[in-house]
Ligand binder design. Structure first.
Ligand code: FAD
Ligand code: SF4
Length: 510
């Protein structure tokens, strides 16, 4: 039967069972489309990375004699719309059956479901064969429970997949080594040179230059440094095991002005476009550790595995459990506009300047920078979560809605009222100082709450607690903070709130 199989830009899984046999009646298709480049303002490196990886995947399939119809952005037949392109190919090849892999984004899932309903030929959806869990597994796991705690899900995953287990007990005696993942990096362990790939993407750069696609961020090198093929992803993973795993857990939360990646893996882009599966990553890391890891503590390995089988699978499950309503939740009723410096990095706050500049330069920031610097400031300044989402969805090369949205709206902005995080992730300047060297050369004084040079995070923090008392005052995990607020001199609080207000009103110039 003449079949058309759609491969979306984030479904580049060469190990998928689709490719186990080569049926001459099957045509595969991939499209570079304005539909995807324009739904949010993306980082230029993100678009380049997606197109480069899609082109490499198409070449790989063609080299293995699969029949592929690939539409480049400027191909004359390209309608720039997924459904219209599919209709065109169904007609062109006289297709009798349409098949696709389940999209991870709600938006595309809806579009394809509606398309299939409108078709007068047969259609069929397949798993992407990338994740440990299926879309609705987490929803089923938490059925009837009041709280969707990641830790419960994570432990279940460890048991179910027999990962880091000694019989029924966690290997090493503990489920979680989070407490040993909180060191500040002071240069004591040299960070190895990063593994950069030199993917020549000059043709894509030229294509974008000749289009009117709006992008953010920088791209100076003309070579794309993240993996775009499975071989490169495996190479990056090998490098992570050999060079970075040894201190991954120790410095997972650390930040430093001289280091963009520290001991982080830089694997999120490769994983999210499915060059490599979650299981592949976990198995490789565990095998490496068992064979060569005498000097690698279990806390480093557990810290990494938790991110993949815990947080990543959990976020995806939450997304599918809570969409589409999740996308509009605004529990804290925040309505302020995102400051202009998020798009430029032009601010005197050194932590924000550094994190945003790294993000603009590399399409990258690690978890704590996203959570406790840019996310923390946005929440304290009471920014509308729609604005915050749009920024996070655009700026990072790894940003896809299924993982960005629960991390941003839930974990970072508490806009879901605590479905993901049990309390808002907010802090004054002291946390940032504890985990980084940002405050050392900052224009502001990390210790001061008042005065022109006082760290903005300090007044914003107390102002936030005071403003949100009616919503957060009963949260047991916030009890200590509210009792400190209650003990604060009333006159001082008035002044702190005045300063916070002036920062909120004019965050770029105060
Ligand atoms: P490492 O630190 O080396 O971690 C290894 C892997 O664990 C990552 O590659 C990632 O796949 C996974 N991981 C770690 N933390 C998380 C998490 N919280 N949720 C899901 N997976 C996780 N990650 C994305 O992939 N896309 C996003 O759009 C995204 N947006 C985020 C927004 C906010 C506000 C926050 C706080 C976090 C976000 N994350 C997102 C999670 C995390 O920041 C990135 O996965 C990580 O920084 C990617 O860099 P790395 O590959 O070097 O990660
Ligand atoms: Fe950021 Fe405040 Fe530290 Fe400056 S002093 S780097 S604004 S936390």
């Amino acid at each position: 039967m003449k079949t058309l199989r759609l491969i979306l830009g984030d479904q580049l899984n060469s190990k998928h069972s689709w490719y186990k046999t080569n049926d001459k009646n099957v045509v595969y298709c991939l499209f570079e489309m304005r539909q995807e480049t324009d739904y949010v303002t993306h980082h230029i490196q993100k678009i380049i990375g997606f197109f480069a990886a899609m082109r490499a995947f198409s070449s790989h399939l063609k080299a293995n004699n699969f029949k592929v119809d690939y539409y480049k952005l400027d191909d004359k037949d390209n309608t720039q719309d997924l459904v219209e392109n599919l209709k065109q190919l169904i007609k062109k090849h006289e297709i009798e059956k349409f098949q696709y892999q389940l999209p991870d984004e709600y938006r595309v899932d809806q579009q394809l479901s509606e398309f299939c309903e409108s078709l007068d030929i047969e259609s069929e959806a397949f798993s992407t064969e990338h994740f440990y869990t299926e879309r609705n597994d987490l929803k089923d796991f938490f059925k009837g429970k009041k709280q969707y705690l990641m830790e419960n899900f994570y432990r279940d995953m460890r048991k179910k997949h027999d990962i880091l287990m000694a019989g029924k007990q966690p290997e090493g005696g503990k489920w979680n080594y989070d407490k040993s993942n909180r060191n500040k990096w002071k240069g004591e362990h040299q960070i190895p040179t990063y593994k950069y790939f030199k993917n020549d993407v000059s043709d894509i750069v030229e294509l974008l230059e000749n289009s009117d696609i709006k992008t953010i961020g920088k791209f100076d090198t003309k070579t794309f440094s993240y993996p775009i093929t499975r071989a490169q992803a495996l190479d990056q993973l090998k490098y992570f095991c050999e060079e970075l795993l040894i201190h991954f857990g120790d410095y997972q939360d650390a930040m430093h002005t001289d280091e963009v990646y520290l001991f982080h893996s830089r694997l999120s882009f490769a994983m999210n476009i499915k060059l490599i599966s979650a299981k592949n990553i976990v198995d490789t890391v565990l095998n490496y550790w068992r064979k060569h890891g005498d000097n690698i503590d279990i806390s480093q390995v557990e810290g990494f595995i938790r991110q993949i089988i815990g947080w990543r699978e959990y976020m995806r499950g939450m997304y599918w459990a809570l969409m589409p309503d999740y996308k509009t939740e605004n529990h804290l009723e925040n309505t302020n506009k995102l400051p202009e410096f998020y798009w430029t990095g032009n601010t005197k706050m050194n932590c924000l300047k550094n994190t945003i500049t790294n993000s603009l330069d590399n399409g990258y920031a690690h978890h704590i920078q996203r959570l406790m610097v840019t996310g923390n400031f946005a929440l304290l300044a009471q920014i509308n979560p729609d604005d915050v989402d749009a920024w996070y969805l655009g700026i990072y090369v790894d940003a896809l809605e299924w993982v960005q949205l629960p991390n941003t709206r839930g974990m970072s902005q508490f806009a879901d009222g605590g479905k993901i995080a049990t309390k808002p992730y907010v802090s004054s300047g002291s946390y940032i100082n504890k985990m980084s060297n940002y405050c050392d050369n900052c224009y502001y004084d990390k210790k001061e709450k008042l005065g022109e040079k006082a760290c903005p995070f300090n007044s914003l923090y107390w102002n936030f607690l005071d403003d949100k008392r009616s919503i957060l005052g009963n949260n047991r995990r916030m009890g200590m903070m509210y009792s400190l607020l209650d003990k604060m001199d009333k006159h001082q609080l008035v002044n702190i709130k005045k300063r916070a207000q002036s920062i909120i009103e004019n965050p770029d110039n105060f």
